[in-house]
Write a protein that binds this ligand. Structure first.
Ligand SMILES: NC(=O)c1ccc[n+]([C@@H]2O[C@H](COP(=O)([O-])OP(=O)(O)OC[C@H]3O[C@@H](n4cnc5c(N)ncnc54)[C@H](OP(=O)(O)O)[C@@H]3O)[C@@H](O)[C@H]2O)c1
Length: 323
């Protein structure tokens, strides 16, 4: 495993990390989560991603229990959570980044995790109805109170990130160090084009999500939805249309010849392609079984095989203009 700085911060994260979206609390119980996290940690993963909204708090509870059971020293792992959608339906506690919600939300998360602090706390989406200055102050205060060490954003526009960073810079507050955007072979524009200036200007780090487009890029949806896969989870049925999209699966089919020539699986090719981007600090993977973790971690062996010729071949298949 290699480690990269998370943006301009001194914190180092593993090139591949592990998240809990959809899986924990829906497909994976505490016992299975423990096996998955232990396998990832043994492979060198030090970053575990979560969010308040995942399984409505149960994902944090499961991860917290696992961390306690595994008993790793707190200095050896990085854990994150994210806030925006909220857990309740009151006027001030959902779909917001107001100060009242954020300062309440962090306490709820820490309780569910049974932790004294999280390492990175994210604003899970932007909130155009709350002044960015209020949100920046709240994130700064969460850190000042010792409840988180760093903060970042998720799926904010480049302008919103820059505005938050400028406010923090002007007022000597803790700055956002990282963004958490979707990034994969079928979804690349924001990371490669919109954020371009931010890497040099403010040293933005990236913890990227859905590197396999929820499993589509493993190739397993080419002939329908396999039983036991994410595509078969009823409460996430909205993902099914994209997972079984004929045009996307045709692209995946074409990528198979590239994977075959490199002697790797489609999933490994797709993950390695994300890791190869030097602006990506860590690629957050997802898994429902230990075999997937084992396969996915070996993607790091494929990264050096992605020469400029291979990358051009991939671009010719997936295109650079889409999503
Ligand atoms: N900030 C945000 O808004 C946001 C949004 C989404 C995700 N995230 C974060 O990013 C993390 C990763 O996202 P993701 O789970 O969507 O990642 P992903 O890599 O696109 O999808 C992971 C899923 O693909 C399947 N899979 C994994 N490895 C496989 C393999 N080798 N072969 C076949 N199938 C395989 C598994 O599902 P099945 O076995 O069930 O098919 C696994 O749960 C999340 O856990 C979360 O922490 C953040």
């Amino acid at each position: 495993m290699n480690y990269r700085h998370l943006g301009r911060s001194g914190l180092k994260v593993s090139e591949l990390s592990l998240g809990s979206w959809v899986t924990y609390g829906n497909q994976v119980d505490t016992r299975a989560a423990r096996e998955l996290m232990a396998a990832a940690f043994d492979a060198g993963v030090n970053f575990f991603d979560n969010a308040e909204i995942y399984a409505k708090g149960d994902s944090e509870i499961i991860m917290g229990k696992v961390l306690k059971e595994l008993g790793w020293s707190r200095i050896r792992y990085v854990v994150s959570t994210k806030f925006y959608w909220g857990m309740r339906t009151g006027v001030n506690d959902n779909n917001t980044l107001n100060r009242k919600y954020l300062l309440d939300a962090i306490d709820g998360s820490l309780k569910r995790f049974q932790l004294d602090y999280v390492d990175v706390v994210y604003c899970h989406r932007a909130d155009p109805t709350t002044p960015i200055e209020e949100t920046v102050w709240a994130m700064h205060d969460i850190i000042q109170r010792g409840k988180a060490l760093y903060w970042g954003t998720s799926e904010w526009t480049a302008d919103e990130i820059r505005a938050a960073w400028d406010i923090a810079d002007r007022r000597n507050l803790h700055k956002p160090i990282t963004e958490q955007p979707q990034y994969n072979l079928l979804h690349r524009k924001r990371v490669e084009q919109e954020y371009k200036r931010l890497y040099t200007d403010i040293g933005l780090g990236l913890t990227t999500w859905s590197p396999l487009a929820s499993g589509l890029l493993s190739g397993k949806y080419r002939s329908g939805v396999p039983a036991g896969s994410r595509g078969a989870v009823e409460s996430y049925a909205f993902l099914r249309e994209s997972l079984t999209d004929p045009a996307k699966n045709a692209i995946v089919g074409k990528l198979e010849s590239v994977a075959n020539d490199l002697g790797c699986s489609l999933a490994q090719l797709s993950l390695a392609w994300c890791v190869r981007n030097p602006h990506v600090s860590t690629v957050i993977t997802g898994a429902t079984r230990v075999g997937q973790i084992e396969e996915n971690m070996k993607a790091l062996e494929v990264v050096p095989k992605l020469t400029s010729e291979v990358m051009a071949r991939i671009d010719a298949i997936v295109g650079t203009a889409a999503a």
